[in-house]
Design a protein around this ligand. Structure first.
Ligand SMILES: CC1=C(CCC(=O)O)c2cc3nc(cc4[nH]c(cc5[nH]c(cc1n2)c(C)c5CCC(=O)O)c(CCC(=O)O)c4C)C(CCC(=O)O)=C3C
Ligand SMILES: [Fe+2]
Length: 449
């Protein structure tokens, strides 16, 4: 059922897409890049200088070069092969090739609409909304003639992500010393977030941790089936930054390993479920720091691999693309948390939205959100679809974003916005990225790029 090939122009009610844009984080490629890269990443954020110096030192261990760009070059090559003749572009948020350069190149090549595949599986400001904002900013910078974008959905519990992770876990368990292997704990690890970001993640809050737990549970269950014994699992977080007084998701992976050792556990597998390749957080924060902690506390540890360019993961991208082209395409999801919505509704992962206000003031109780019960979970459910493209009014957004000459009294997210998959209104950045995509297109672009 995986076609998703370049020649496929989309079915009735689906979208024409004539390119794919691989969107990632970016990383430095030499010693002189490290500080400018870190300044790009942390612009406008309260990350202490001391933390920046510390992170710069991590990169120094690798001659100032993060592996992430080479990993994305490999993914880009695999996607090009898989999706040919569909053109595939690549742009990063924090380092060259930058998103705006990719968008300018697409415009020069005559691309009309691109699907954006972001290399982040879980809902959060850093993993989803910030990418949408940066895509919108790149469109603004390039200006008239820039292609339309549609962002492919989050893929945390898609089989193309889960199944390779199961294999990596099984392999990592097998690499532990035979005497302690059977009792190994699976410690699923993701990037830490400030609690405030975790609270507002997803449309209804708490999605980051819920999606992580749901995905970890599915992976652990499959590992158990494969090995014929169940391995207890837990969640931990790595790469915390920010001022010490600000609360972040816990436990830290190092603290989790120490606690396991103190409980008399002998072995653990660190499963970096929050990352799709072995970039700096993985090869330093996990492979150096966490492995050292484990060694110091006498607990045997193995680190599971990441999906990288696994053919099932590459096929998944083709499938996510096919979902947008064909509204009736299968939307596989292995947990109750998925499949994620295609289009984020208003205030999804919004650090300045109403959930953030409630979390700060306690009006709605951040406790409630963190307990994970707040979601209504209608998004992207079978049978719940975005409104038909036909008949979308031209004044879709009264501010006329991306539409020179249009203006009006309406505000983004007001009733003239056709809304996201579940009919909820959307944010300005989302509308800019998605709005033209929701307008019917009479004549598809010529085939055979
Ligand atoms: C959720 C999430 C992902 C996963 C989703 C996704 O993949 O997008 C992710 C990925 C990555 N994070 C990365 C690098 C960094 N993240 C930082 C800082 C931060 N990340 C955050 C969150 C996330 N980050 C947060 C809440 C901060 C705090 C400050 C801020 O909000 O800005 C900092 C600044 C220094 C520091 O504070 O550590 C650096 C250098 C790299 C590249 C690694 C390489 O070079 O190989 C990658 C893939
Ligand atoms: Fe979102």
């Amino acid at each position: 059922m995986t076609n998703g090939a370049g020649a496929d122009r989309g079915g009735p009610g689906g979208l024409d897409v004539d390119a794919l844009l691989l969107v990632s984080f970016g990383g430095p490629e030499g010693p002189g890049d490290v500080m400018p890269f870190l300044r790009n990443v942390t612009r406008g954020r309260a990350v202490p200088e001391l933390r920046l110096a510390e992170v710069a030192a991590h990169y120094d261990h690798f001659d100032g070069r993060s592996p992430i760009n080479d990993q994305n070059r490999a993914l880009l090559a695999a996607l090009r092969e898989r999706l040919a003749p569909l053109p595939v572009y690549w742009g990063n948020r924090n380092w060259a090739p930058y998103l705006a350069d990719a968008v300018a190149r697409m415009r020069a090549d005559g691309v009309r609409r691109a699907a954006c595949f972001v290399t982040a599986a879980f809902a959060s400001y850093s993993g989803c909304r910030q990418y949408r904002e940066d895509l919108a900013e790149a469109l603004r910078q390039v200006g008239p003639g820039a292609p339309d974008f549609v962002k492919l959905r989050l893929f945390f519990d898609h089989p193309g992500f889960v199944e390779p992770m199961v294999d990596h876990c099984v392999r990592a368990v097998g690499s532990l010393p035979a005497a302690v292997r059977d009792g190994a704990r699976l410690v699923f690890t993701a990037h830490a977030l400030p609690l405030e970001q975790a609270v507002v993640s997803g449309p209804d809050g708490g999605a980051y941790e819920r999606q992580l737990r749901a995905t970890a549970e599915v992976i652990a269950a499959r590992v158990g089936t494969r090995l014929g014994r169940s391995h207890p699992w837990q969640l931990a977080f790595c790469s915390r930054s920010g001022p010490p007084g600000v609360p972040w998701l816990e436990p830290d992976i190092n603290d989790a390993l120490v606690a396991l050792a103190e409980d008399g556990e002998q072995a653990a597998v660190i499963v970096p479920v929050g990352f799709v390749s072995d970039h700096m957080e993985v090869v330093y924060d996990l492979d150096v720091e966490a492995v050292r902690t484990a060694g110091e506390h006498g607990i045997a540890v193995a680190r599971a691999g990441t999906v990288g360019t696994d053919p099932r993961f590459v096929d998944m991208v083709a499938d996510l693309l096919a979902e947008r082209r064909h509204p009736d395409w299968d939307r596989p999801a292995l947990s109750d948390e998925g499949p994620a919505h295609d289009v984020c509704p208003l205030h999804c992962c919004d650090p300045a939205g109403p959930l953030a206000f409630w979390a700060r003031t306690g009006v709605n109780g951040s406790r409630v959100v963190m307990a994970g019960g707040a979601g209504t979970r209608a998004h992207g459910r079978p049978g719940v679809r975005r409104p038909a493209a036909a008949g979308v009014p031209a004044d879709l957004c009264g501010r006329g974003h991306g539409r020179p000459g249009l203006s009006g009294p309406g505000l983004c997210g007001q009733p003239n916005d056709p809304g996201s998959a579940d009919g909820r209104p959307r944010d300005e950045a989302t509308i800019l990225v998605e709005e033209r995509a929701s307008v019917a297109r009479p004549d598809p672009p010529p085939a055979g790029e």
